[in-house]
Write a protein that binds this ligand. Sequence first.
Ligand SMILES: *[C@@H]1O[C@H](CO)[C@@H](O)[C@H](O)[C@H]1NC(C)=O
Ligand SMILES: *[C@@H]1O[C@H](CO)[C@@H](O)[C@H](O)[C@H]1NC(C)=O
Ligand SMILES: *[C@@H]1O[C@H](CO)[C@@H](O)[C@H](O)[C@H]1NC(C)=O
Ligand SMILES: *[C@@H]1O[C@H](CO)[C@@H](O)[C@H](O)[C@H]1NC(C)=O
Length: 824
Amino acid sequence: MNNPGFLSLTVALLGFLSPCLTALTPRVSFPMGSPGRHLTRFSSHDVNNTTTLLLSADGDMLYVGARDAVLALDVSHKDTIILRSKLDWSPSDKDLEQCSMKGKKMADCPNFIRVLQFLNTTHIYACGTFAFSPRCTYINSETLSMSLKPDEGRGRCPYDPYQRNTAIIVDGELYTGTVADYRGNRPVISRHLSEGRRADLKLDDTLGWLEDPTFISASFIPDEEKIFFFFSEVGREYDFIDKFIVSRVSQICMSDVGGQRTLQRRWTTFAKAQLLCQADNQLPYNVLQDIDTLPPAEGAPADDTLFYGIFTSQWSVNSGRSAVCSFRLSDIRSVFAGNYKVLNRDTLQWSARVQEKVANPGECGLHNASDNVLRFVKENFLADDSVRPVGRSLTMVSAEQNYSHLTVQRVQATNSRTYTVLFLLTETGYLHKVVLLQSGAHIIEEVQVFEQPQPVKSMKLSISKGMIFVGTSEGVVKVPTANCSFYWTCAQCVLARDPFCGWDPVGRACVGVSNTHATLRQDIDRGQVEEACNSVLLTHKTRFGPNKLPAASCPAGELVSVSLNEVVRLKCPAASQLSQQLWERPNSRLSSDLYLLLEDGSLSFVATPATLGHYLCLSTENDYQQTMAVYQVKQKNTPMTPTGYSRLEIHPVPTTQSLDRPGLITSGRTWPKRTESRQGVTKPTLSNRDAQGTTRQLGKNVTRWTKESGQTEAEVPEGDPLLAARSLCYLKELVVVSVLLVLCLSLLITMVLYVIRQHWRSRTAPQAGSPTRDSDRMTPVEHEALRGNEFLSKRNGQPLCSGHASGFNGALTGSNGHLPNTPI
Ligand SMILES: *[C@@H]1O[C@H](CO)[C@@H](O)[C@H](O)[C@H]1NC(C)=O
Ligand SMILES: *[C@@H]1O[C@H](CO)[C@@H](O)[C@H](O)[C@H]1NC(C)=O
Ligand SMILES: *[C@@H]1O[C@H](CO)[C@@H](O)[C@H](O)[C@H]1NC(C)=O
Ligand SMILES: *[C@@H]1O[C@H](CO)[C@@H](O)[C@H](O)[C@H]1NC(C)=O
């Protein structure tokens, strides 16, 4: 506030902003159908259960594995997804009959495509569950025609469509993690399609190399010539806890050809280690949900490869929460190079190996090794150390979201620093875009991608096209990774802290960083508008600039015509979900006794001669303040006030004592006291009409600047205060309605309680009319206030919300959203 003459009331919307959640509220929310973010959908009545997605190298074609079909979708066009071809691949009636005879539900018997990988430049390799009898085939990627003879799918694809699996083809060989039997209890990690002298390999299963795993993903690390598998499984080394789930990374070498006698046709390079996603002194987030590889930045060593994983917890304490942890390749490597645990076959206890190391398990190139070495390798496959997350801390924790899928991307900002951006899909159907900053994770925005929670099987990021593809049971959704033009002003563009977007001061637009060579303004780390937009515009400084307006024309803001004694409610649209709203009146005061601040930031008051005039709603975010709305409240021309329309009465009473909050100027000579009747307070007589102009607004006509030839109480600012109103979150409307509902309910409850109390009092008080002891201690004004506000606590005559009464940055925690109006 640069002008001390003005008063302001601030509402911190603490309902949304309780401390631990603050950092994790998405700044902007795009609900379904919002014009700020166009989603392109592909769905078709005969395409269901899109479980696997495969993106062509140029990002123009998306291959989709669905139920009984493989599709080729052309995704190179901006606003549409075109079906290029479709391959039907379903079991015969006889197969289905057999499937259901085996006791399987008919709905699970179709062919669910679970492996879809490029084999070479002309062919795709695909496998499906095929009526609980998995099959694989070669598909020409141009024509989508299938080779005549399907392959056996055992060990490459699960039988049961509900079992998770993972597959990756490198150099024409297929590496898979799946269960290899009908019952689903023989998990294997294996290699197929090997040619020449290389044998197909699988896991030795005599020693329990895997314990009931759920496969999540496989990643090829070119520099190491290794394939990593990520999964969760039962952690047998923790035998003191029943079925303790641990997350794992395991590795195998591509050069592996198996042993000559020992470990023939078996991996000689398999090793696994625990992935720990755990903060100090807290239960670990132990169940891996999804993981993605972030290759090192250009020129950085392969060691800097990072793996970002989503973890949830097995324990109910952490249910509904999820955490993101990142792991560095070099840490995984050193864990695999370290010591290994050994299983005592008699006691079935794991312990750290004490005897001499005969070989280095996990080392590539052991195929010619002696039986002795291979026997050692066979028994020592569980690394003693766990892989700890980068910085030994969690990258981010969400207390309210169960994330299920993620992809990660490095984005170069205009300051040529790179930022890590995560795209996290929530189980409720929102995509969160998160930038990782020194200060923690910042959720730039959320986009609703589907309405009903539904199982998402696949999410793919096309960095070259700036698109994310999500496969749901209903089809495919394409979401652009950014829409910079949504940010209308430099301030909004900078406050978003989106590394994809920067403000072009010449073109006066927020544009994509990669699409332009202009010098753009950005401040990802701090989001400081003043600095970043300095030479561009500074509207808020000119807010009350007295000489800014031509004397003849004085924009008056949105006109609100009221009758006296009517309850007025002015809406204050939020600039973002992280902003705080604040009200100002030029040349007048906002006393807490005249004004109610509702939790959604709107201002409610009774129209009296004293409350007519101008109102400004400001929004503060990250130290930057902008005007969101200007109103002029005027008395209607009709002189008569319809009585009974409003149930509020205002009685001015003389007062000598200032009862205002610090930072507020008292409302002059008069101290209106308030007697409220039952329904009066929150009746939003004007709010609907008023609200529409601002909160629904997305176009440029955000304010209706009306010219007033009559009296104007104050000069109201020029500038473009409302440009930023575009970025309102639609959620607010929902919130407004909910808040109103809650207000009404709590008011009702309060009334009921009051009536009961009155009833009780009248029975217990010695004299029906005499003041209670509580009210004895009160000043007459307080007494009035108490009478008017039933929500005061019984015990000491203090308002329930007195703890927050010292300033207006506190929350309005009173059950009905009133400002506390009894001073301490
Ligand atoms: C980006 O936002 C602007 C402004 O809301 C909207 O007009 C435009 O359609 C959006 N573009 C996309 C691709 O979502
Ligand atoms: C296929 O999709 C339907 C909903 O469309 C779902 O109920 C069913 O569980 C899915 N089947 C599999 C195997 O995912
Ligand atoms: C790709 O693999 C298929 C199936 O093995 C084969 O028929 C085709 O010739 C291969 N194409 C190339 C370019 O190697
Ligand atoms: C294994 O050793 C034999 C001789 O010791 C050698 O001829 C052969 O090339 C080696 N095999 C591999 C795969 O290195």
